[in-house]
Design a protein around this ligand. Sequence first.
Ligand code: WT7
Length: 704
Amino acid sequence: MSRGEQDQISESQIASHWREEEFISPGAGFIAQANMADAKVLERFAIENYPEYFREYADLLTWDQYWHTTLDTSNPPFWKWFAGGKLNASYNCVDRHVAAHKNKAAFIWVAEPEDEQDRVITYQDLYVRVNEFAALLRDFCGVKAGDRVTLHMPMVPELPVAMLACARLGVVHSQVFGGFSGAACGDRIVDSGSRVLITMDAYYRNGDLLDHKVKADEAVAQAEKGGASVDKVLVWRRYPGRDSSPTPMIDGRDFYVDDLLKDYRGQRVEPVSMPAEAPLFLMYTSGTTARPKGCQHSTGGYLAYVAGTARYYQDIHPEDVYWCFADIGWITGHSYIVYGPLANAATGVLYEGVPTYPDPGRPWRIAERLDVNIFHTAPTTIRMLRKAGPDEPQKHNYRFKHMTTVGEPIEPEVWRWYYEVVGKRDAAIVDTWWQTETGGFIGTTLPALQPMKPGSCGPGALGIFPIILDEDGNEVEPGSGRAGNICISNPWPGFMQTVWGDPDRFVATYFEKYCKDPNSKDWRDWPYVTGDGAMQAADGYFRIVGRVDDVINVAGHRLGTKELESAALTVEAVGEAAAVPAYDELRGRVPEMYVSLKPGYEASSEVEDQVKSAIRQMIGPIARPAHVWVTTDLPKTRSGKIMRRVIASISNFMDVGDTTTLANPEVVDEVRIAVQSAKVKAGDVPKDLPESARAEIRQFGGDV
Ligand code: WT7
């Protein structure tokens, strides 16, 4: 049987299990006030008007110099949007709002301890802080346009201040998720070539004031191992003037920001006018190799795209109170806490801690108190809140007009709870499918114009034309009931520009699979390969199945199997390692590790613990595997590739499929019996594996 035929069989099986859901339309009240309720927009954004229709997004910004070419395709696939244009992102997010919105809150920061006062940062405050911090960066750190600076910060207002100060100078910021380990931060410092690290001494998480400064020391040490030296570590203090971390400061290297800022009080920094295609930031993400990729996002194209999508898809108006419950350390926070909302003069809520602290009523108390009317979160949080406090939302007097879900497929049942209980059957929902690479939403309904369908993200976003291709590059027709590789057929302004420092990897990862002519200058020859599997219903709506590559999506966070495996391989006894996704009711997926030992080593619980702690140390607690299985051998192809699909099926109690072509088929049963009996004993058997999880596991690792 050919690879193509096998695909077809398994995919049609998927389809037969999947029930089509009903359409649900938003209420008239929502439509009446929506930023975009004019159906003509769909005509304007028809492919015949490509690429000029994206002017509509760029025109939401203030340009120092208008562009001459909307899309320059002279060097595929390195597209240039709004070429010739110049602008500054910090000016667009801050300065230009000061005249009309000086005293309006840009951010309302809510600390995790409930007895701590909120901090309200008006547009005027933001303007002053961004300027003073930009002056410090320029004069004390000596950074200038084009330099990179790494940030490793928690959810505090100082994080957007630092990002916008970088943007003001044309400095490229690279924020590493605060929950990542110091070592992970250090690797990203090396890759980006940063000489300055901005961090914070401590922050609250689940009731504990965590020492975060210690991670800066680990990061600098790791960076040194990689041959990079960090000159300055700027440490914001959770409580200015008071130490919250026991980790000592290193003389001449570490500086408290609140001390330094005294010298910059009242300073103003002229925003540096940057070319539209100048990089604004790097965001590292996981892929198929161990080394994370620095997705480079542009100033003009990116900002235009997030400004437009925040306005039309999230329906943010200046008078709304918008709360995106994501971490700024991920792309969601960059695009839809900082840049998109601020470009629209929004008021955003920033929350420091975990959703269920001190109890699952917390988010709804915040929503009621601050009168939040737009709410944005991820399926994992929705599942958690539903499990811990299914009736809590009803007890609170808030009213959402709009809600977003993002990060992983949402089960229709969970969607319904979100709609009925959290949204009180009143809020419009957008299920926005996108990625670190894409900068902004690429698959979603336009809320006032296109009805919702539980479990489906919807059609392509305005101006985005997704297409599903099979392994041979043929289009999988809508309504065929078959899944395939979902690609985007046309470039758009929010898309990343390149992988930082590695343009070949950019081309190989995202375009090689389906580009038939690498010399072609026609964008039609360069479909973007998202790495997701998807199906399209006859009505045009897409249902995302999950990753087809070596990525595990844990609670909306992407982990590369190779990253997990390299961490496991640092353990002396481990000879081989494979990471696979196991279904988890709350987090969607959790990694399970399979390791085989070098000759002369015995399986022991010590080895398991060593693997767990290596992963925690090198990546961070979110990557912690649910189980480490020590086996004598792992199922492999004749060419020696570990069959992740087979072991993933074992972990999830699914049929392992055809194993006759393996080099060592006898190992499969051995591993299956050992792993499944241990899981049965531990009571860790998935009940009702959702169809989306089954479909993802069947295709996991691309080894069909
Ligand atoms: C991967 C990207 C984009 C913000 C957060 C994650 C999955 C994302 C959805 C959705 C189904 C989704 C995809 C994608 N994903 N949104 N609405 N429905 N799956 O960014 O870490 O780059 O992860 O998350 O698999 O490829 P990311």
